[in-house]
Write a protein that binds this ligand. Structure first.
Ligand code: ATR
Length: 277
């Protein structure tokens, strides 16, 4: 009998994580023998917990809030996309014993938008709300899709300008404050602030969403987030939350670890159906 390989997600809080469920379904679907657990790890205990996990035979880890930057610093080697994101959500043990750090969040978002929802990114004007870690992780993968321009709007203006400056060599990226958004419109507005979790919304001028524009909240919840509701009220063609991105980033991590790409659609459909119950 083959003993299962061990994987886990570390975060704080982690109780409500859907990742163990998602990876269990992926494993069943692809016939892989593995275990995947959720472990609450406060930031102060991160290094110790990661070292113990791999010393005990662990093969790969996902890291979520507030550990992604710590995982980035911990990884021995990083992929280019993780380097740009300055955050790692996937650690993979390599044959030589080193730890590879990758970031699958951005590709998870792009795959969800393009493959699952048929959104055309090429040539589009994109507004990203927020200039924290969540925003940083998605900018390069969006630029790779030949978008026309990305505007980053943030409450703290300096952070938006500095973040935009880091990506300017890759495409048209500018930073501004929310009050600078008047008289502009966007094909896609992505909420990457942490406001959905607190039930608040950044101030957005009327008509900022272009006709047939799409809204996407990186956060997800069993109820529509405040930003998803805003999109619905503002006639978005689609107003989506981050459930699909969550499943897609997990599929990419699964591929890094196991070399097999699981089917995501049935998992997204299952999790979506459950929250409608
Ligand atoms: P994350 O890693 O999830 O991006 P973060 O780095 O703390 O978290 O960034 C949170 C983002 O949400 C920031 O852009 C923050 O704006 P500031 O840079 O001005 O702090 C934004 N944010 C949080 N609360 C907000 C609020 N009430 N209104 C507008 N933006 C808010």
């Amino acid at each position: 009998m083959t003993l299962p390989d061990h994987y886990a997600v570390f975060g704080d809080p982690i109780k409500h994580s859907k990742s163990p469920r998602i990876h269990k379904i992926f494993a069943e679907q692809t016939g892989q023998t593995l275990e995947y657990k959720a472990q609450e790890v406060p930031a102060e205990q991160f290094s110790e917990a990661v070292a113990a996990f791999f010393a005990n035979g662990g093969k790969g880890l996902n890291c979520t809030i507030p550990l992604k930057e710590l995982a980035w610093a911990y990884a021995d080697v990083k992929t280019e996309r993780a380097g740009m994101a300055k955050a790692v959500n996937t650690l993979a043990l390599q044959p030589d014993g080193s730890l590879l750090g990758d970031n699958t969040d951005g590709i998870g978002l792009v795959t969800d938008l393009m493959s699952n929802h048929g959104v055309t990114l090429a040539g589009s004007r994109i507004l990203i709300l927020g200039a924290g870690g969540a925003s940083r992780g998605i900018i390069a993968p969006l630029l790779e899709q030949s978008v026309q321009a990305i505007v980053i709007a943030n409450r703290t203006l300096d952070k938006a300008i500095n973040l935009a400056a880091e990506f300017q060599h890759q495409g048209v990226v500018t930073g501004c404050g929310f009050s600078d958004l008047k008289n502009q419109s966007f094909d896609l507005i992505i909420n990457a602030t942490s406001t959905s979790l607190s039930g608040q919304l950044p101030p957005l001028p009327e008509a900022i969403l272009a006709k047939n524009g799409v809204c996407y909240d990186l956060a997800y919840s069993n109820e529509p987030t405040v930003f998803v509701k805003w999109g619905q009220e503002n006639q978005a063609l689609k107003s989506l939350d981050g459930l699909g991105m969550l499943v897609e980033q997990a599929a990419e991590a699964f591929f890094i670890w196991r070399g097999i790409r699981p089917k995501t659609r049935p998992v997204i459909e299952l999790l979506s159906a459950e929250r409608k119950l």
